[in-house]
Design a protein. Structure first.
Length: 133
């Protein structure tokens, strides 16, 4: 099977780390999934890891197949978690705005307990200088 080149993976990782986009979709012009280039699971792990520093991307889709699938479910869950964090407004932590933080945590509370936990746990690092409301 065709595989993504190291340069293509590096480009995708750099794009995910540096984009301010909310949606990133990369479509392969090949119509049949078996003819698409495959992404090695270790390279997919690099892409997922790059989302830890991206606070804006809310939807991510790449038309590819993942080769060597032993950790695929775990990586997909991690990818989905970062996207849910961003959908709930994780970027407000960078802004240091207490009111926006309250709105984001209320949204997280409705969405997912693990997202709410992450937002609360990390808020001390980002909101330490915000005065009490």
């Amino acid at each position: 099977a065709n595989q993504w080149s190291a340069e293509a993976v590096d480009l995708l990782v750099d794009l995910v780390e540096s984009t301010n986009l909310q949606v990133l979709e990369l479509h392969d012009p090949q119509k049949h999934p078996s003819s698409r280039a495959g992404l090695n699971v270790n390279d997919f792990a690099r892409v997922v890891s790059s989302l830890s520093s991206n606070y804006t991307l809310e939807r991510f889709q790449v038309d590819t197949c993942i080769l060597n699938k032993p950790r695929l479910r775990e990586l997909q869950d991690e990818l989905d978690f970062y996207l849910r964090l961003n959908q709930c407004g994780r970027k407000v932590l960078l802004q240091g705005n207490g009111e926006s933080w309250l709105q984001a945590t209320n949204k997280a509370q409705d969405e997912d307990f693990s997202v709410l936990y992450w937002m609360t746990r990390h808020s001390i690092n980002y909101l330490g200088n915000v005065q009490r409301l």
